[in-house]
Design a protein around this ligand. Structure first.
Ligand code: ADQ
Length: 605
């Protein structure tokens, strides 16, 4: 209920209560009829006077103080507090709060100075504050604009309430910590059913909702646009085109039309936002916006544009089946910097452009010049933020998660056919066949976030996974123990982290994956340096995390043997491998990724 309604309701209840009491006292003859009106008026006046005192002299200043403290806590200043200094009632409290906020600002100033000094020493790991300092020093106040399809916070209705969640998206996992550190504007599709209810007149809102650090601007798509642009061209066309997962891409002319329309829609919104910004920096995310860099560059040649392609880039021959390949490549080449996760994807992109477009390709510098504009192609292996999850350790047990066996295996994915979930389940089934002694000792948990569910291929993979899990459980289960638990819903980062911390083996078995952040999240969650990562050779992550058990997901025998090897690996060996992988994740974290991408982009001016 709104606060104003609640306030009115309270007043009505109080007035009602007074009337009832007075009538009761009159009836009992404790007070005379003649005095009733006067008494009622006096009581009401007194109550309203007290309410007035509480609301305006106590509640209102407390609210101002609370808002100021919140502002100070999230990095703003607390200057609204001194306005209340004249308030005799609160003066001592305000003076104390001002002392505390002064100390807080001082601590922040020295942390910032420390971070600036650490910046000079290249061996220290990248953190959010180090990135902030770095960005300040290289961007000198210039504004960052991020454009992506998926938004970082989705507002939804839950009964009468509005709530929000962070979507299961590797792109969001990686980009959010960067813009939270740098500030700026993030433009994305508003896809939640309560999204429109939470924005201002300009379709904007400050986020993260708890402690705002940047602005999110939502773009609204019609059902036709969403169907053609997102489900159609992006996810039934480009996604399978770029992943070697043997799902045939579908290219429809109508989808292509909507893809162009939506790229234009985002470009117009971005141009409006950048109207008064000199030399803006634009960071375009992913395969949904291949046409956007050229559209922006045409109108704003002064804009510095970086595009990061979060998925693999296929070889030239595979890419040549796309009917609109030239438009896509030309669109991408509007960017000044084009980033991929691995050098192989950069090589594939350069080759593709060489095959398809009239342009000057420099394979030594990794640059492509087209219509006198030069684009640099470079690999930037993306990563995760380093959250301090020490506090979350050892707070849960397998039992808390409903697991009754001493060993647990884990898979965490969007329900996507590229993630190799079926291959993983086949290997789990074979594992039990070859190692029956693990019955009632080992449970495999698959956490799967529903994804792109209106696309037939995604409905099929969801159904196949459900049927396979049911089949394994039918064949292998004994005495009420279930070998596989399928949790087919979105989970919070905290929930996933609980599973990461307890898994004996984590299976990342993608058939093809640009990077795969689950692998890195698992490693970073293991502060105890235990647990074994089983990792597909077809992920970008396998180039860095070489101390995982690297497998070919198409080889069921090898994968099932890796589960057995992981479960029997000694603690010392687990620690040795985890140490090395954690070292990698620590030094190549997402703050470093952001810093390197921005540094390269700025160097191109
Ligand atoms: P994705 O294909 O989305 O990313 P990935 O990198 O594994 O894949 O990231 C998935 C993210 O979603 C992780 O942060 C994970 O924790 C989260 N997640 C998974 N299942 C979830 C669930 N059930 N509930 C809630 N969250 C869940 C794309 C590319 C990748 C690339 C990233 C970043 O396909 O190759 O690594 O972008 O560039």
């Amino acid at each position: 209920m709104k606060r104003s309604y609640r306030f009115l309701l309270n007043i009505a209840i109080i007035v009602g209560a007074i009337v009832v009491i007075v009538l009761y006292l009159t009836q009992k003859n404790i007070i005379k009829n003649a005095n009733v009106g006067l008494l009622l008026a006096e009581m009401l006046l007194t109550v309203f006077f007290i309410l007035f005192i509480i609301r305006w002299l106590i509640m209102e200043p407390i609210k101002i103080i609370a808002d100021s403290i919140k502002k100070a806590r999230s990095g703003g200043d607390a200057f609204s507090i001194p306005d209340l200094r004249a308030n005799i009632l609160f003066r001592p409290l305000i003076n104390e709060i001002l002392n505390i906020t002064d100390s807080l600002f001082e601590a922040r100033r020295s942390a910032s100075e420390e971070a600036r000094l650490r910046l000079l020493k290249s061996e220290s790991p990248w953190t959010a504050s180090r990135l902030q300092e770095f960005v300040k020093s290289i961007l000198k106040g210039r504004t960052i604009f991020v454009v992506s399809n998926r938004e970082p916070y989705i507002h939804i209705k839950q009964g009468n309430q509005i709530t929000y969640y962070e979507p299961a998206s590797g792109m969001v996992t990686a980009i959010e910590p960067m813009i939270a550190a740098t500030g700026g504007l993030w433009i994305a599709h508003g896809s939640g059913d309560a999204d429109r209810l939470t924005v201002d007149k300009k379709d904007k809102l400050p986020v993260p909702p708890v402690e705002p650090k940047y602005t999110l601007k939502r773009i609204w798509l019609t059902p036709e646009e969403e169907k053609g642009f997102y489900y159609g061209f992006a996810n039934e066309g480009i996604w399978p085109l770029c992943h070697m997962a043997h799902t045939r891409p579908i290219f429809r002319k109508e989808d292509w039309k909507e893809y162009q329309v939506v790229n234009g829609k985002f470009a117009r919104s971005l141009l409006t936002e950048m109207k008064d910004v000199y030399r803006p920096i634009v960071l375009v995310q992913d395969f949904h916006f291949s046409l956007l860099p050229r559209m922006i560059k045409k109108s704003r040649p002064d804009a510095l544009i970086g595009l990061f392609w979060h998925i693999p880039w296929p070889n030239a021959e595979a890419f040549s089946i796309c009917p609109w390949r030239e438009d896509i490549l030309d669109g991408i080449l509007g960017a000044d910097l084009i980033g991929f996760h691995t050098q192989l994807h950069c090589n594939n992109f350069i080759d593709t452009v060489g095959h398809e477009l009239e342009s000057l390709v420099n394979k030594e510098q990794f640059t492509i010049t087209r219509s006198s504009h030069q684009s640099k192609i470079k690999s930037f292996p993306i990563s995760i933020p380093l959250n301090n999850n020490n506090k979350e350790m050892k707070t849960i047990t397998l039992h808390d998660l409903g697991i009754t066996t001493p060993y647990m295996g884990l898979g965490v994915d969007r329900l996507d056919y590229t993630k190799g979930i079926m291959e993983r389940l086949n290997a789990v089934e074979l594992f039990f066949k070859k190692n029956p002694s693990y019955k009632e000792k080992f449970t495999f948990v698959q956490i799967a976030a529903p994804s792109r569910s209106i696309i037939p291929e995604y409905q099929k993979i969801a159904k196949d996974v459900e049927e396979k899990v049911a089949e394994i459980n039918r064949k292998v289960a004994v005495n009420g123990w279930k070998p596989v638990i399928l949790l087919e819903r979105h989970h919070s980062h905290k929930e996933i982290n609980d599973y990461y911390q307890l898994a004996n083996v984590c299976l990342v078995t993608s058939l093809h994956d640009g990077m795969n952040l689950v692998a890195k999240e698992f490693v970073w969650a293991r502060k105890d340096k235990q647990g074994v990562l089983i990792l597909s050779q077809f992920t970008g992550a396998s180039r860095e995390l070489k101390d995982a058990l690297i497998i070919n997901p198409y080889n069921t025998e090898e994968l099932s043997d890796a589960i057995e090897k992981g479960l029997t690996m000694g603690r010392a060996e687990q620690k040795k491998r985890m140490d090395k992988m954690r070292e990698k994740v620590m030094s190549n974290n997402v703050y470093r990724w952001s810093a390197e991408f921005l540094k390269e982009l700025i160097s191109l001016e």
